[in-house]
Design a protein around this ligand. Structure first.
Ligand code: FDP
Length: 341
């Protein structure tokens, strides 16, 4: 009988922490609290088709998009689970316009938490995979001071940990603390996240491209050429690629992490800064993908080197297998040099 090795997320976090003799355990506690919130959100997401939770609340989020009840639930759950641990000095959520202070009665800590409580939420009613994305920074302002915007406007290279939880055919918690990417699948019977993928490595080159082709008309000419290139036949470079677009960033990137490929949400003539948010979506995903050996840029520079100027900043993103991202950058740079090409 094959020997089965059980490693829970909680134990893995503690064992990873032991590798750093100076670690205080605060980051481990934060990750642990996040995993508890993830379990509750997962339960609620799984019940979505049954309960009277589907449908719009009639409210709009800070971006003017209609918010569904599950977004609000996930947001409130994360805030409640994370505000009293004593490890955070401030939080910010894609669903809230301003930064989220730590209530006065709780201890102020040294970490900053940014999150997108339920990404891909326009897919909820169709039972498509959605996810929670988070990003953790060390504060840059002096200890003891509560909430400051400066702590939330750090470039992605300052992240100390990041992760996502995908609510799909199973619930998977994927995280990095800067030493590889590990994934844990929720066993619904035990209620525990169990190690399922150690040190994930994204293939250097994939065969999948993910982009909303409905926006083709508005793209950069170099991007149009790149997509046509991927669709051409060439055995040597394993083309044509397959197009796969779920329209749920966590699900599209999770698949590409395992199979290889590129996910793109570019700028276009209607949306000059793209659609996705730098701090809540792009930076954490860039950290994870880079830790898995991939690449994430805005077409020119590393996503994690973009200096955020405001909380809900958007950024174009090209993320995934290194060779694929390099190729799209090349196509776009060449078209810029020769716009008539
Ligand atoms: P959603 O609007 O459903 O929340 O960030 C938002 C996001 O989904 C991403 O998860 C997804 O990749 C993208 O938007 C889909 O946008 P398009 O519908 O414009 O393709």
């Amino acid at each position: 009988m094959p020997q089965i090795k059980f490693m829970t997320l909680a134990r893995h976090i503690v064992e990873e922490e032991r590798k750093y003799p100076k670690a205080t355990g605060e980051l481990s506690n934060l990750l642990h609290d996040l995993s508890l919130a993830a379990k509750v959100i997962s339960l609620e997401v799984n019940k979505a088709g049954l309960a009277d939770i589907l449908g719009f609340t009639g409210d709009n989020n800070v971006h003017g998009e209609q918010v569904k009840k599950l977004d609000i639930f996930a947001n409130d759950m994360l805030v409640k689970a994370m505000d009293h641990g004593g490890h955070l000095c401030v939080m910010a959520s894609e669903e809230e316009e301003d930064i989220i202070p730590i209530p006065e009665q709780f201890k102020i800590g040294k970490y900053v938490l940014l999150f997108d409580p339920l990404d891909g939420s326009s897919n909820i009613d169709a039972n498509v995979s959605i996810g929670t994305i988070f990003s953790i920074y060390r504060r840059v302002t002096p200890d003891g001071h509560p909430r400051t915007m400066a702590d939330c406007l750090q470039p992605g290279v300052n992240q100390v940990a990041a992760g996502y939880i995908i609510y799909g055919s199973s619930t998977i918690f994927v995280y990095t603390a800067g030493k590889g990417v590990h994934a844990f699948t929720l066993d619904p019977a035990f209620g525990e996240f169990l190690l399922s993928h150690t040190n994930i490595q994204i293939p250097k080159k994939g065969k999948i491209y993910s982009i909303n082709e409905g926006n083709y008309l508005y793209w950069h000419p170099g991007l149009k050429k790149y997509i046509k290139y991927l669709q051409e036949e060439d055995k040597k470079t394993k083309r044509p690629y397959s197009g796969r677009y779920i329209g749920s960033m966590v699900a599209d990137i999770h698949r590409n992490m395992l199979y290889g490929g590129i996910f793109m949400y570019p700028a276009d003539s209607r949306h000059p800064t793209g659609k996705l948010r730098l701090q809540y979506e792009c930076n954490p995903m860039a950290f994870i993908v880079e830790q898995a050996g991939g690449r994430a840029t805005n077409g020119k520079i590393r996503i994690m080197e973009v200096q955020p100027e405001k909380l809900h900043q958007r950024v174009p993103i090209f993320i995934g297998s290194e060779e694929d991202v390099l190729m799209v950058e090349k196509f776009m740079a060449e078209s810029e040099e020769h716009p008539d090409k």
